[in-house]
Design a protein around this ligand. Structure first.
Ligand code: ASP
Ligand code: MG
Length: 459
């Protein structure tokens, strides 16, 4: 750590603040977000999502649609922009730039109606962040700050996995030091979350909700003091308050617990967000831009007296694949073959259980790529079925109990399973991590299971 900070002594006190879609949804939301930025002199980089609803509209256009639908979506996009721009009284230069981007969207979506592609989708989708950042820069300027718009694609180099690209951290560090760092002393930088650029120059995206990840990556690349994630909920809760109204806010949580929560479905943070923060020990704060006074959650290295049970998360739309083959009996190498196929199809496996001739594994099918593609393609199923019989069960849900020392606690099983006596637990995964116990359950039972568990473990 000390070697990294000595490289960037001047950034040690800076904060990157990220505002999500609802925090830049309209003029009033943008103004509240600007209040937060202006209230803290340490905030030198602002990372934004597209205005709420924008990315969905852009994806709909990118998927190709008929002329009527297209006109309707374009109109909705224009309406969101105009509503902000009109109240801002934006300068002619910015107005022209926004119009140019709107014109681009129109042309690109006409192309998409003829033929769709992941490359085109990412290009179209990136316009949401380009527009929100232009408007927000203008707003900050009107409020008397020396803010500068910065195209993150100059520094966010990624691979070419469109829809869910992986950033190149080494390049990001070098380019951010060269192109971003020199500006931070005198200006406030406003830039896009979620988007990047691959080697050939095409725009890429980091997966739905990827702006959090961008902010954390910048925090790491420039060794900043903190990453602030401003969203529409005042922090991370013991479970989703929409499912359990009695859920409690967690004031302080350790990186590894929060990372488990994000991975297993807590929607507050993009699952990859915490990895850069963990790698370099930068604390992450999560709060609500509508209600900053309410405080939030600080995710950091360690907390005092970590509790046995920290949270319950829920991830819907899980698919279970059960692979059956007699070849597995006393054989070696079967799993290698299966996992090679899955990896060739870009599928990451979540949970896995095995018996003598069966392997069961779960896949996360929540639309986490920006291109909305289905994971279980015909090509994949055909390849798998040359090796084994494949059964697919859909509409399952993953309930994860997150906590500490879970695999070293006696009586844990009894506590959990007796509370859930009346439910069918399709698969159980426990023991790989000290921080979680995962249950795969029927989608219809999921909310009740979360409620029951929350009541028994937290209330
Ligand atoms: N605008 C993108 C999305 O809706 C990225 C983000 O919100 O972080 O997924
Ligand atoms: Mg978002």
């Amino acid at each position: 750590m000390s070697s990294v900070s000595s490289l960037f002594p001047e950034t040690g006190g800076y904060v990157v603040a990220k505002f999500g879609g609802t925090s830049v949804a309209n003029f009033d939301a943008m103004n509240s977000s600007a209040d937060i930025v202006l209230a803290n002199k340490e905030v030198r980089i602002v990372v934004l999502s597209a205005s709420a609803g924008m990315t969905n509209l852009l994806i709909a256009l990118a998927e190709g649609c008929d002329a009527d639908k297209r006109a309707d979506y374009l109109k909705q996009i224009q309406t969101i922009q105009d509503a902000i721009a009109d109240r801002l009284h934006i300068s002619d230069v910015i107005r022209q730039e926004i119009n140019r981007l709107l014109e681009n969207i129109k042309t690109l979506s006409e192309t998409a109606s003829l033929t769709t592609s992941d490359v085109l989708t990412d290009e179209i989708v990136s316009h949401g962040e380009l527009m929100s950042t232009l408007l927000f820069t203008e707003l900050l300027r009107q409020r008397g700050t020396d803010a500068e718009w910065f195209d993150i694609r100059k520094i966010m180099r990624t691979d070419d996995h469109f829809g869910r690209a992986e950033p190149n951290n080494t390049q990001l560090r070098i380019l951010a030091t060269e192109h971003l760092l020199p500006h931070l002393k005198n200006t406030l930088i406003v830039t896009q979350g979620f988007i990047g650029r691959e080697e050939k120059g095409c725009t890429t995206t980091l997966g739905r909700g990827g702006s959090d990840y961008t902010a954390a990556l910048l925090g790491e690349a420039l060794n900043l003091k903190r990453v602030d994630i401003w969203t529409d909920v005042p922090g991370i809760y013991t479970t989703d308050p929409r499912v359990v109204p009695a859920a409690q806010r967690i004031d302080k949580i350790a990186f590894d617990e929060a990372a488990e929560m994000a991975t297993f479905g807590a929607k507050v943070l993009h699952p990859a967000t915490l990895f850069p923060a963990i790698r370099c020990g930068i604390p992450v704060f999560v709060g609500s831009s509508k209600n900053p006074q309410a405080g939030g959650t600080l995710v950091c290295d360690t907390t005092e007296a970590p509790p046995r049970f920290r949270a319950i998360t829920l991830r819907r739309q899980q698919t279970l694949l059960t692979l059956h083959s007699l070849k597995m009996l006393h054989a070696q190498g079967f799993l290698v073959e299966i996992f090679t196929i899955l990896s060739r199809h870009n599928i990451s496996v979540d949970l896995i259980t095995t018996s003598e001739v069966n392997v069961a594994l779960t896949l996360d099918t929540t639309g986490s790529t920006s291109t909305n593609g289905s994971l279980l393609t015909n090509a994949l199923m055909t390849e798998l079925s040359t090796l084994c019989r494949v059964d697919v069960e859909e509409d399952l849900a993953l309930v994860a109990i997150i906590g500490n020392q879970l695999s070293q606690t006696s009586g844990l099983g009894k506590q959990v399973f007796s509370a859930l006596e009346r439910f069918n637990l399709r698969m159980i995964s426990h023991g790989a991590s000290n921080h979680n116990l995962c249950l795969l359950v029927q989608g219809n039972d999921a909310e009740q299971i979360v409620q029951t568990l929350h009541q028994c473990l937290f209330e």
